[in-house]
Write a protein that binds this ligand. Structure first.
Ligand SMILES: *[C@@H]1O[C@H](CO)[C@@H](O)[C@H](O)[C@H]1NC(C)=O
Ligand SMILES: *[C@@H]1O[C@H](CO)[C@@H](O)[C@H](O)[C@H]1NC(C)=O
Length: 255
C-alpha cells in the first residue's frame, strides 16, 4: 500500500514538472445485482482534467491513457504487491456492495403534491400541477386521468430534474376546462411502487368538510370567548355594584 502511494506521488511529481497544477484520484465501486457478483472496481488518476491511467478490475490491470504513463502502468501491473492490494480492495468493494444492498432501499418513493394554480393567459379555466419530489431511480411516469381515463391533451411536463444527492423531481401540468362532477387524478408509476398510485384532486366535498371543521372550530372558540367575556363582565359588574351603592349612599345620607 505504501509503495503504491509512493508511486502515485511520484507520478504527480513527474507531471507537475510539466506545468500541471491539479491532480486527483477517483475510485469507484460499481455494482448492479443484489448479490454483488458483478462488482467492478474502477480507479482513475487525473491530472489537470487529463486521464492519465485507469485500473479496471474486469481487465485486472492498469491501462495508461497517455504515452508518458505507460511505463508506470507496466510497472504497477508487474508488481505482485500492487495486484494483491487491488484484490483486497475488490473484496472490500464486494462487502460494501452487499451491505448497501441489504440496508439501503433500492428505490425511494416520491412525495407527490397535486395542486391547482392560477392559469392566467390561458383559454382553459384551470391549471393543475402534479409534482413528484425526491424519488430514485430517475425513471418515472406521471400521467393524468379524467374519470379514470387517460388525458393527453393539455399536458406538459418538465424532465426528471436532479435534486442532487441522487434524488429527482418532476412537475407535470394539466390545463383543462373543468366540468361539474368530473374526477381528475394524477397517476404516478415508479419502481418504488408496487402499482401505479393515484392522487385525486379533491373538489368541493373535501373543501366543504374543511370549511365545516374550520367553521365549527371558530364557533367553539367564539362561544368560549363569549362565555369568558360574560363571566368577566359578571364579575366586574358585581364588583362595581358592590362599590357603587356604598359610595352613593355616603354622600346622600350625610348632608
Ligand atoms: C471496465 O472494463 C470492462 C471490460 O472491458 C468494460 O466493459 C467496462 O466498461 C470498463 N469500465 C470502465 C468504467 O471503463
Ligand atoms: C395512458 O397513456 C399512456 C401513453 O401516453 C399509456 O402508456 C398507458 O397505458 C395509458 N393508460 C391507460 C390506463 O389507458
Amino acid at each position: 500500500m505504501w509503495t503504491q502511494r509512493l508511486i502515485f506521488l511520484e507520478l504527480l511529481l513527474v507531471f507537475s514538472s510539466e506545468g500541471a497544477f491539479y491532480g486527483y484520484y477517483l475510485g469507484r465501486c460499481q455494482f448492479n445485482s443484489p448479490d454483488s457478483n458483478d462488482v467492478v472496481l474502477v480507479e482513475q488518476l487525473y491530472f489537470n482534467k487529463i486521464l492519465l491511467g485507469q485500473y479496471n478490475s474486469t481487465l485486472g490491470k492498469v491501462v495508461a491513457f497517455i504515452e508518458k504513463a505507460e511505463a508506470y502502468a507496466d510497472m504497477l501491473n508487474k508488481m505482485p504487491r500492487f495486484q494483491a492490494h487491488q484484490i483486497w480492495k475488490i473484496n472490500r468493494c464486494k462487502t460494501g456492495a452487499q451491505l448497501a444492498n441489504e440496508n439501503l432501499p433500492a428505490a425511494v418513493e416520491p412525495y407527490v403534491w397535486l395542486r391547482s394554480v392560477k392559469a392566467e393567459y390561458s383559454q382553459h379555466q384551470q391549471k393543475l400541477v402534479c409534482s413528484a419530489y425526491d424519488f430514485y431511480p430517475k425513471k418515472i411516469r406521471v400521467t393524468w386521468l379524467k374519470d379514470g381515463k387517460n388525458i393527453t391533451s393539455g399536458v406538459t411536463s418538465t424532465d426528471e430534474l436532479p435534486n442532487g444527492h441522487w434524488l429527482y423531481q418532476i412537475h407535470s401540468y394539466l390545463e383543462f376546462t373543468p366540468k361539474p362532477g368530473e374526477k381528475i387524478a394524477c397517476m404516478v408509476d415508479h419502481a418504488s411502487l408496487k402499482e401505479p398510485k393515484l392522487y385525486d384532486l379533491e373538489p368541493e366535498p373535501d373543501s366543504g368538510k374543511h370549511k365545516m371543521v374550520v367553521g365549527s372550530a371558530g364557533l367553539l372558540l367564539g362561544l368560549l370567548f363569549s362565555v369568558m367575556g360574560f363571566i368577566f363582565f359578571k364579575k366586574k359588574s358585581i364588583a362595581e355594584r358592590v362599590r357603587v351603592p356604598t359610595s352613593e349612599e355616603i354622600p346622600e345620607n350625610n348632608p
